[in-house]
Write a protein that binds this ligand. Structure first.
Ligand code: C2E
Ligand code: MG
Ligand code: MG
Length: 607
């Protein structure tokens, strides 16, 4: 073998693949080399560039090119090209030219197969030339060989200005078959890949594609990102009532609404679920587009969709933004279920939501009360309302066993509102009995995302004749993941009605100090994890003492320590000027009757 190609082919860098054949390289050597290049190089463009470079080098030519026909558009394009130094590219110029201009050329392929053309000579003959050559003026001679597919000419490979082996058409003839087979295989693979990333019903990108993008987001984060999740309501019912063909039409229509109103990339990520990701979009544009999308969905008579939209600049963590969008979507879905329920259109078997509502109605949930105590006077100032669920046999199930699940399913609002209603009803009785007290209820971020939630909360108070100023809404730091504008608006309306807001679990592993500067809270609740190390850990004492000081430095913020279990912890908190306490040391969460007794008797732990 006169030259060694093993070290040159197969790389991905163009520069690394410099190939110049020795004068005496045989056609077979070059064919072998070309074959090797095409089969070893993964990237299509690089493979064909290297291949054409080998062909061009063999002929000492100015260019080597591949032209392909597009039968549907009746055009021809230069799809791959190699040019010698200082020779201009024709890729742009020779793109989608009319196939009609090449008819004589194609005829020549039919009659001669591959051929050599002395273009200079033909041009000199001018009008009398018997072959119209739609070819570049800088080309004096050329060689070309047709690419055949099932006997039809589908393109050609050509070499411009060959200065060596120029009469030798055997190389072009040999490689044209290889090129055609390789092109077909690669295009087939491309088509297969396209199919595996495309949803056949809507033509949208599919779940695979979405998952691939999610993987990509592990490596990079977009500058800004707008996310829309949309889920069609009641697809199962639609399919059952009208058949799946009709259901398919609904899905196609929904895809159209998304595609027409949003500029981002639309994915169909589940049977009736879509995701739209708009990278680099401004907040204004995103809002404008989503408003248009909402109205387009609202105008649809045959179906409705629950939608969750989130936009963020300086995205740090795409998964948490996705979670937020899906929580917003779930809240929307929830509203849909509630509307069905109100209309009496659903019974117990509409998914988890219906089942939960049924369980609440059957009395499977109860509210326990854990006293909150003024650390300095020892007086019970109120309680935290904590939900409990009874299993089928009546045994209590603790909230962490079911709350995360309901949050994931987006149906937690039922629980939160039930607890609030129970707490308000109990509160009315206790207020009437002359106890002046305050109740705290926990609200999940998912609940707070629900449209119209503050109005619902206000109505619950109204129905029970409880002034909202007697109710504290406990939220956790996770709400800071909400869109800032939306969050501020939410807190403003909660405050406006008269509720107070407490930041729960402060100091737990997930908490972040910045939340205190982002928004105003009426109370900070220090997490049990801080309290339970107070006695044995000097650092915990420093953290706790200074955190309490910091809260007192903020305007009108009271402090409450959770999980107080010992007299020692209580004494330390008292010395740090913590305002209120809650924990087993005073009382475990207890049923309402028992809490009522505690209100009467007081808690006897202050010696
Ligand atoms: P949380 O809001 O931080 O409630 C305090 C939890 O700490 C309660 O657990 C309470 O029983 C427990 N606890 C209080 N004092 C002590 C103590 O001295 N020692 C120990 N070891 N534990 C103490 P619980 O009732 O199991 O509730 C767990 C969490 O479930 C709550 O944490 C809250 O995040 C959530 N949760 C409870 N009820 C509701 C509700 O109605 N809605 C929502 N969204 N979440 C709720
Ligand atoms: Mg709480
Ligand atoms: Mg807590």
């Amino acid at each position: 073998m006169p030259f060694d190609f093993s070290a040159k082919a197969g790389g991905t860098s163009l520069a690394a693949a410099e190939v110049l054949f020795p004068q005496d390289a045989s056609t077979e050597d070059v064919v072998l080399h070309c074959l090797h290049t095409l089969t070893c190089e993964k990237d299509l463009d690089t493979a064909f560039y290297l291949f054409l470079k080998a062909v061009g080098s063999y002929y000492h030519a100015a260019r080597a090119q591949i032209f392909e026909f597009n039968v549907r558009d009746k055009t021809i394009s230069n799809t791959f090209e190699w040019c010698a130094e200082n020779i201009p590219s024709q890729l742009v110029e020779f793109h989608c030219l009319p196939l009609a201009d090449f008819l004589e050329f194609i005829d020549k392929f039919s009659s001669d197969g591959e051929f050599y053309l002395d273009l200079k000579h033909l041009r000199e003959q001018g009008e009398s030339a018997d072959l119209r050559v739609p070819y570049a003026d800088d080309c004096d001679c050329m060689m070309a060989s047709p690419l055949l597919h099932e006997g039809r000419i589908v393109g050609f490979i050509s070499v411009d200005n060959p200065t060596q082996h120029s009469g030798d058409l055997s190389l072009l003839r040999s490689v044209s078959d290889i090129v055609q087979v390789e092109l077909e295989q690669r295009r087939l693979l491309e088509r297969l890949e396209h199919m595996s990333y495309t949803d056949t019903l809507t033509g949208l990108r599919n779940r695979n594609h979405y998952d691939r993008l999610m993987k990509e987001y592990e490596e990079r984060t977009p500058e800004s990102l707008g996310i829309v999740f949309a889920s069609l309501n009641g697809m199962k019912r639609i399919n059952n009532a009208h058949g799946t063909a009709y259901g398919d039409q609904i899905i196609i229509k929904a895809a159209q609404v998304l595609r027409e109103n949003l500029s981002g990339t639309v994915f169909r990520i589940g049977g009736d679920e879509f995701a739209v990701l708009s990278e680099g979009i401004s907040r204004e544009d995103f809002e404008r587009e989503t408003i248009a999308m909402h109205s387009a969905f609202a105008a649809e008579r045959d179906f409705s969709a629950a939608v969750g939209c989130v936009w963020r600049a300086d995205v740090e963590n795409v998964p948490s933004l996705l979670l937020e969008a899906s929580e917003t979507l779930n809240a929307g879905k929830q509203a849909y279920y509630q509307s069905l329920f109100a209309k009496g259109e659903v019974t117990s078997h509409v998914g988890a939501s219906g089942e939960l509502v049924r369980e609440i109605a059957e009395g499977r949930f109860m509210v326990y009360y854990q006293p909150q105590v003024n650390i300095h006077t020892g007086k019970i100032v109120g309680a935290e309302a904590l939900v409990r669920k009874r299993d089928a046999a009546g045994a209590p199930i603790p909230p962490n066993k079911f709350i995360p699940l309901y949050e994931r399913e987006g149906i937690i609002a039922h629980v939160d509102l039930f607890v609030m209603a129970q707490a308000c009803a109990a509160m009315r009785v206790w207020l009437d009995e002359g106890f002046d007290l305050h109740l705290s209820v926990n609200f999940s971020r998912v609940t707070l995302l629900q449209r119209g939630i503050v109005d619902t909360m206000r109505k619950i108070c109204e129905q029970n004749h409880v002034p909202p100023s007697h109710i504290t809404i406990e939220v956790t730091e996770s709400i800071s993941k909400m869109d800032q504008k939306q969050l501020q608006e939410l807190l403003r309306s909660i405050n406006e009605i008269g509720f107070t807001v407490s930041l729960d679990d402060f100091g737990s592993q997930y908490s972040n100090l910045s939340i205190l500067s982002l928004m105003d809270f009426d109370e900070i609740k220090f997490d049990r994890s801080l309290v339970d190390k107070l006695e044995e850990n000097q650092k915990s004492r420093v953290v706790m003492e200074n955190s309490i000081k910091m809260c007192h430095g903020l305007k009108n913020v009271s402090t409450l320590a959770e999980g107080i279990e010992t007299a020692g912890q209580l004494a330390l908190l008292k010395s740090y000027q913590c305002d209120y306490g809650q924990g087993y040391f005073f009382s475990k969460p207890v049923p309402p009757e028992e809490f009522r007794r505690l209100l009467e008797t007081g808690i006897d732990v202050f010696l």
